[in-house]
Design a protein around this ligand. Structure first.
Ligand code: ATP
Length: 199
């Protein structure tokens, strides 16, 4: 599922709409310290469902919106789109190309789109989790990640392997099913109480 294109607008240091095309093979992004290289990987993780502002090096999710500079006023929204080649249908959608967009406004409102159709954050997340690629997957290795993996506790390391093996998706489904089961049991208890009261 190759990433073909990244379109960044108003995200962190990218005040101007910037299109980065990824050809086949390896793409290297070089630049001086502080020029925005890490911001690019963060933009990718953000679209893939990252919900922790701290892991994007901010206090609040709104901190990812271009905050202004000496020559530019702050922006009032940030928008990032990832375009994937989906010929192999790794993403569970019919189309051969998939565009995933995430948008945030200064008032904190967020919007998510898959192929220009508005969706919920959970739809966007499950699209990636089903393809074995959540925002935490090893498809993206940020600075310090290797050290973090080597120094992690065995339980945490296990979850890394589970994600790579595609088990995480089933674990999440199991958690959802268990919660529903618990709710249904509570409902059954209440119904039994009502039946007892009425009989
Ligand atoms: P290094 O090589 O040192 O790791 P880098 O090229 O990876 O640097 P980044 O860490 O991606 O650089 O970018 C940091 C820059 O992004 C800083 O100049 C910072 O001021 C800018 N930046 C971060 N958030 C915002 C924001 N919300 N608005 C404007 N600029 C921002």
């Amino acid at each position: 599922m190759p990433l073909q294109e990244l379109i960044i607008n108003g995200f962190k240091s990218f005040a101007d709409k910037t299109i980065i095309k990824f050809d086949s093979g390896i793409t290297g992004i070089v630049g001086p310290n502080g020029s925005g290289k890490s911001n690019i990987t963060e933009a990718v993780r953000w679209v893939m469902g990252e919900s922790s502002a701290k892991s994007l090096r901010g206090e609040n999710m709104k901190d990812i919106i271009f905050a202004g500079s000496q020559f530019r006023t702050p922006m009032n929204h940030a928008e990032v789109t990832l375009i994937f080649d989906n010929h192999k249908h790794d993403l569970n959608l019919d189309s051969d190309q998939v565009a995933v967009t995430r948008k945030i406004l200064r008032n904190g409102d967020s919007q998510y789109f898959i192929n220009n159709k508005q969706v919920r954050l959970r739809d966007l997340r499950s699209l990636f989790v089903d393809a074995g690629m959540s925002q935490n997957s090893l498809a993206i290795i940020s600075q310090g990640k290797v050290d973090q993996i080597l120094n992690s506790r065995p339980q945490d390391r296990r979850s890394i392997f589970e994600e790579a093996a595609g088990v995480l998706h089933f674990k999440e489904q199991k958690q959802t099913a268990l919660k529903q089961l618990e709710k249904t049991n509570d409902n059954l208890i209440r119904i039994n109480d009502l039946v007892k009261e009425l009989s």
